[in-house]
Design a protein around this ligand. Structure first.
Ligand code: KIV
Length: 270
């Protein structure tokens, strides 16, 4: 399994880091079989798996349950557990306890949390102090959508770009080992990646971050929306639809099951 040191080395050697979200055993297995460097059990879970409009209702128990399944499917891949909304916002003890649960019960290798305000930096420090590696997340942080007024690209204006840039430096100083940059201008993705010594992972942050992350369902053609920054190498919704419609048709017209699918079939020739 790759370690934090390997990711730093990859940045130094300019080898792009590949991260993909996964939420269950089978998708994690596919990730491991295809040498994905790191798997994120993201709180996007709430939207793509549970059909919610945002990520705010995902719980620590939800992430732990899905992390366990992912670990079973990918025993040798670095797994990141996303800290959900309200799991690191209250007090130090609760923040630490939730992070410990992600590692001990969820079997994750590290946790990720969103934001770069003073209290978020404190949360990063507190978790790192428990020997738990932390990944930061800046730009479009989905847990802030009410404040942002929706899922909107961040850093379009210089003032906002400067804030994100300064927060990125502060997140590294607080002890994060990696930083996700979501939906920011390419120029900002490049500037932060050059400035930081920890690796950056982009999603909608352009071509110059140290790695990329995509959401499984977007990449596979299983999301209801098509996002500009994502890519579908194959649209697996097409074979999925044709399998289901084939099954429905064959049961309805009584061509499934066939004799070969039956245990101890009745011999109709007798
Ligand atoms: O929850 C998630 O999937 C994420 C990625 C979009 C980075 O945080």
């Amino acid at each position: 399994m790759k370690t934090i040191n390997d990711f730093v080395k990859m940045k130094k050697e300019e080898e792009p880091i590949v991260m993909l979200t996964a939420y269950d055993y089978i998708s994690a297995k596919f990730c491991e079989e295809n040498s994905v460097d790191m798997i994120l059990v993201g709180d996007s879970l709430g939207m793509v798996v549970y059909g919610e409009n945002n990520t705010l209702n995902v719980t620590v128990d939800d992430i732990i349950r899905h992390c366990k399944a992912v670990r079973n499917g990918a025993p040798n891949t670095f797994v990141i557990a996303d800290m959900p909304y309200k799991s690191y916002h209250l007090d130090e003890r609760e923040t630490k306890n939730n992070a410990f649960r992600m590692i001990l019960e969820g079997k994750a290798d590290c946790v990720k949390l969103e934001g770069g305000s003073q209290s978020r930096l404190k949360a990063i420090e507190n978790i790192v102090d428990c020997e738990i590696p932390v990944m930061g997340h800046l730009g479009l942080t989905p847990q802030s959508i009410v404040k942002f007024g929706g899922f909107k690209v961040q850093g379009k204006h210089e003032e906002q770009r400067n804030i994100i840039y300064e927060q990125a430096i502060a997140v590294e100083k607080a002890g994060a080992f990696m930083l996700v940059l979501e939906c920011v201008p390419e120029e900002l993705g490049l500037a932060i990646s050059k400035e930081l010594s920890i690796p950056t992972i982009g999603i909608g942050a352009g071509r110059y971050t140290d790695g990329q992350v995509l959401v499984w369902h977007d990449m596979m053609g299983l999301s209801s929306q098509i996002t500009k920054f994502s890519k579908m190498w194959e649209n697996i919704s097409l074979p999925m639809n044709s399998s289901i419609s084939g099954y429905v048709k064959d049961v309805k017209n009584k061509s499934f099951p066939e004799e070969k699918n039956v245990y101890y079939p009745i011999d109709e020739r007798k």
